[in-house]
Design a binder for this molecule. Structure first.
Ligand code: UT7
Length: 337
């Protein structure tokens, strides 16, 4: 999906929001048989944010969206499409896109929900990019948000998962760059292999079961997300570098051209392995999992916003994004900032 036309999608504003409640590794030690040392060594995570009761994914999404809109300095009424990425919508249906629209008080513009888990932000970016490059939309709000903490197994049984994930949201405002300059999304590259569905999934509730909600499923913990951590780890370390290489090759660029690599923050060891696999200096890798844990679709836009606001990403820099997650799905995107 390489940009053939002169129009490119540029990021006009970024924002992120995490709920105020910080949960440290020591807090988790009180809930299950785990340790601060294990979590730090195996994942690089020191703390994450959890919502309080009554706060949903759309609430986090709206806060992040407001910040991105303010950063872009635009009138929200000029947004003509919402693309929302999440695996944890407030409701089984509808998705959060329509809630973001209503809470921002926007008119009856389209609201697309993208369901690609950890790859959700890049998948959603690819969707928004097509609308902008085709000239169909002039201003797209892309928001990625997750509330994981309300459905994690905080008993010993779920300790491999529950220590890793956190809540949060990130957003970007996207616009066409019609000045003929080189700024913007150079290309997006999406991949999937559905043979790995059970290796990282939330199996239930499933409409295949009659009735869908059964006490036995609760007792067996099948309403909680589950993963084969080793399989995910190995595949993530292989697939993210592959995706970045594909993106660079499609644009005639080399790894040395990349100024910043923003990998999905799944595990700091994975991010370091991806850097090693690509032979990219670790100083170029944006890493913030220590403070947020794995926020699934939200992790890349949170890291992007932090890096931009810190002055780390500057005009003209080449930013590479890559992600891997449930499906399996994986993806990469290149942005000339
Ligand atoms: O965004 C995509 C979603 N997920 C990921 O990217 C995660 C990918 N996977 C991983 O990050 C790693 O596989 C984990 C962090 C989940 C696990 O690290 P690991 O080095 O692969 O450990 P392991 O699964 O081999 O487990 C080692 C031991 C096991 O005990 P035994 O069998 O050796 O006695 C686990 O039971 O660590 C145990 N363990 C824990 N111990 C303390 C698992 N979770 C915990 C825990 N605290 N929270």
């Amino acid at each position: 999906m390489k940009a053939e036309m002169s129009t490119r999608t540029v990021v006009a504003g970024t924002g992120h929001y995490v709920p105020p409640r910080v949960v440290t590794n020591r807090d988790l030690e009180k809930l299950m048989d785990t340790s601060d040392e294990w979590i730090r060594e195996r994942s690089g995570i020191l703390e994450r944010h959890h919502v309080d009761d009554g706060v949903g994914t759309s609430d986090l999404a709206v806060e992040a969206a407001r910040r991105a809109i303010a950063d872009a300095g635009i009138d929200p009424a000029t947004i003509d499409l919402i693309v929302a990425a999440t695996l944890s919508p407030d409701h089984y249906f509808p998705g959060i896109g329509v809630q973001v629209q209503a809470k921002l008080g926007l008119g009856p513009i389209g609201a697309i929900d993208v369901r690609n888990q950890c790859s959700g932000f890049i998948y959603a970016l690819s969707v928004a990019d097509q609308y902008i490059r085709a000239g169909t939309c002039k201003r797209v709000l892309l928001v990625a948000a997750e509330v994981q903490s309300s459905n994690l197994d905080f008993s010993d049984r779920g300790r491999d998962m529950s220590v890793l994930f956190g809540d949060g949201a990130g957003a970007v405002v996207l616009e066409p760059n019609e000045d003929g300059g080189g700024r913007g999304v150079l290309s997006t590259h999406l991949f999937a292999d559905g043979n790995f569905v059970p290796q990282l999934w939330m199996e239930k509730p499933s409409p295949r079961d009659r009735p869908t909600f059964q006490t036995a499923f609760f007792d067996e913990g099948r309403f909680f997300p589950k993963m084969d951590g080793r399989q995910v780890f190995v595949n993530a370390c292989q697939r993210m570098p592959e995706a970045v290489r594909a993106a660079l090759a499609a644009n005639g660029l080399a790894i040395e051209d990349v100024d910043h690599l923003i990998p999905h923050q799944a595990n700091d060891r994975i991010s370091l392995m991806v850097a090693k696999g690509l032979r990219i200096p670790v100083e170029k890798v944006v890493r913030n999992i220590d403070r947020f844990g794995n926020t699934t679709a939200a992790s890349i836009p949170i890291a992007l916003d932090e890096a931009v606001k810190a002055g780390r990403i500057r005009p003209g820099d080449l930013v590479a994004l890559t992600a891997f997650g449930s499906g399996f799905t994986w993806a990469a995107a290149l942005i000339r900032w």
